[in-house]
Design a binder for this molecule. Sequence first.
Ligand SMILES: NC(=O)c1ccc[n+]([C@@H]2O[C@H](COP(=O)([O-])OP(=O)(O)OC[C@H]3O[C@@H](n4cnc5c(N)ncnc54)[C@H](OP(=O)(O)O)[C@@H]3O)[C@@H](O)[C@H]2O)c1
Length: 262
Amino acid sequence: MRRLLPVTDMTATETAAGPAAEGGREWSFDELADAYAYPEGDGVWLRANMVSSLDGAGQHDGRSQPLSSDTDMRIFGTLRGLADVIVVGAETVRLEGYRPARAREVFAARRAAAGQGEAPVIAVVSASLDLDFSLPLFTSPLVPTLILTGAAAPADRVAAAREAGAEVLVAGDGAGVEPARAVAVLAARGLRRQLTEGGPRLLGQFVAAGVLDELCLTVSPTMTAGGAQRIAGGPSVAVPTRFQVASVLEQDGFLFTRYRRI
Ligand SMILES: NC(=O)c1ccc[n+]([C@@H]2O[C@H](COP(=O)([O-])OP(=O)(O)OC[C@H]3O[C@@H](n4cnc5c(N)ncnc54)[C@H](OP(=O)(O)O)[C@@H]3O)[C@@H](O)[C@H]2O)c1
């Protein structure tokens, strides 16, 4: 792994740690966790982690895995290891076969020191609650899975979710969730280090609501052509939201970028 930005007096060392053509040595989970630490303090912070092809595709054949790499998955795991809660849209849960978050030994001490439970909570955003509640995500997570929905959610589906062991939280007055309210509802439960893993329709709403603080974007050195979704969808914002680059890492041609909202 090479750090391209910010350039520090460590950059040369990190680059020299292995042949540049091979991208240097692999970073440990501890080093990755330091690099991706949430801001100090007790404020709420919503970061997204997404991968995109060079031509802007956020998925291929309905999944993001064809765009990913081993290092991307290490960073994916690290961001989970740092988070209190993972917020995800129902379609991503359905298409990607979401499983409960694991307790990982590599992050155990760090999580304990930060006052976090052994694994992050998964919060699924859904209006229909058309989810398979017999899946391990709902029946056997380490910490009960949350479902964020609107006040008008179908009562039978709410009952089915609760019966399976999920906790249903209302974060909208109508059928759907209001993105800023979702952030606030989670924060009120002490879940302030927030991570969203999309999908694009959900991420677009966080962007439009002005509540996305940070984007961890993996630029995958691939092109897919076709009509795949971009990483953020839905109605566009009136004025493009500006972000500034916080860091760029590189491994095997993949760029692991991190941007913060200005
Ligand atoms: N490139 C990446 O990093 C990345 C990351 C994640 C996913 N993906 C890909 O993205 C695709 C899925 O993403 P997607 O954009 O189609 O769907 P999505 O954002 O994962 O989920 C959309 C669903 O979430 C629920 N939802 C979204 N906004 C809501 C709101 N305000 N209130 C209530 N419910 C809401 C609805 O569920 P109900 O229908 O249940 O009401 C909606 O159908 C997959 O192909 C996946 O592989 C890519």
